[in-house]
Design a protein around this ligand. Structure first.
Ligand code: LMR
Length: 337
């Protein structure tokens, strides 16, 4: 009996050893879930990463991209990543508060960045890295920052001066800074998943919203918003994140190739972001469905003065030191307004 058991054990071991190569030939699957359309900066960058990752690993890795909230909505996708149901996401930096990493909301502060160059000083420097490192405690590894662009306000009435905003119900992402921003303008902010915004605008659940134009256009929000004011008052971009356990468990050579693919995808994402937003703006104008308005320098300044107050209001949430370190990188000085 003992010998028989030993023989079965030996056979099982041999079978296991024999079938190991067959197992290792199965590609490693990375499910990459996101909430925007394919034809957006993030959508294109995700597809670029998929292509590069599969190419560089010689097919050992298969990346499945699920766009447009087809797999998960905003809040669910964060949970799915932590549970390992998906391996990669690129949520907007405004969506990390509910996870407990509220420092990312510093990117939501209105007018903290005037342009992409100022922003890149932060995202490609030590402050950007330190923020990504804060995700480790949540079982998440931050790999990169991908740009989208600068947000503008839309509604069913013209939004030229701060007074025009009063009483408007505005959809926001799940960020306390964005809530404070809307309240500073006298709006009623409402947190809502991105996938629900079009319908909420259509049915009047909310009056307006804010987004870079590529998001507005690809979700057809311009069809249910009569006015778009090119305020470019705040930045919206992404952190590409992975389940840490999954990432750390990858064979080192595969991980290195994926990091290479991510580096290339990041350069690509940040190259196309502005172009894609400019294209979308032209398309919105051509549609004739929404009136596009560029605020005058005076109107801009009036809105800016109201919104920049949120920087001090949010110090206790985000950290004064963090806000100051960004001012230092970009040269922004609210006292000079
Ligand atoms: C939003 O919810 O408005 C954006 O974060 C969507 C996105 O991912 O760009």
């Amino acid at each position: 009996m003992k010998i028989r058991n030993m023989m079965i054990g030996a056979i099982a071991a041999a079978v296991a050893a024999f079938s190991l190569p067959a197992f290792s030939q199965q590609p490693i699957v990375i499910k990459f879930s996101h909430v925007v359309a394919n034809d957006t900066p993030k959508g294109h960058a995700a597809e670029f990463f998929k292509k590069k990752a599969e190419e560089l690993t010689g097919g050992k890795v298969k990346v499945e991209v699920y766009a447009n909230s087809t797999l998960y909505k905003d809040k669910e996708e964060m949970e799915a990543l932590q549970l390992g149901a998906v391996q990669m996401l690129a949520p907007s930096l405004a969506k990390f508060g509910p996870l407990g990493v509220k420092e990312f909301e510093v990117f939501d502060l209105p007018y903290i960045f005037d342009n992409y160059d100022e922003l890149h000083k932060v995202t490609s420097g030590p402050v950007g890295r330190q923020l990504l490192d804060k995700l480790e405690a949540k079982g998440i590894r931050g790999l990169a920052y991908w740009d989208n662009g600068f947000k503008s306000f839309s509604a069913n009435k013209p939004l030229h001066t701060p007074e025009d905003f009063k009483g408007q119900k505005m959809r926001i992402q799940s960020s306390k800074v964005l809530e404070a921003q809307m309240r500073a303008l006298g709006c009623l902010p409402q947190v809502m998943a991105f996938s629900e915004v079009y319908q909420a605008l259509q049915t009047g659940v909310v009056d307006g919203t804010e987004n870079p134009i590529s998001n507005l256009y690809t979700q057809k929000m311009h069809e249910v918003q009569k006015h778009l004011s090119l305020t470019e008052h705040g930045y919206l971009g992404y952190a590409v994140i992975v389940n840490k356990k999954f990432w750390d468990g990858l064979p080192a050579d595969i991980r290195a190739k994926l990091e290479d693919a991510m580096g290339q995808a990041t350069r690509y994402a940040n190259q196309i972001a502005k172009v894609e937003n400019d294209k979308s703006l032209e398309a919105v104008k051509a549609s004739g469905k929404t009136q596009v308005y560029t605020p005058t320098a005076q109107e801009r300044l009036a809105i800016k003065k109201v919104l920049v107050k949120t920087h001090t209001d949010m110090e206790s949430r985000i950290g004064k030191g963090l806000i100051q370190s960004i001012y230092k990188e970009t040269g922004f000085d609210p006292a000079k307004l």
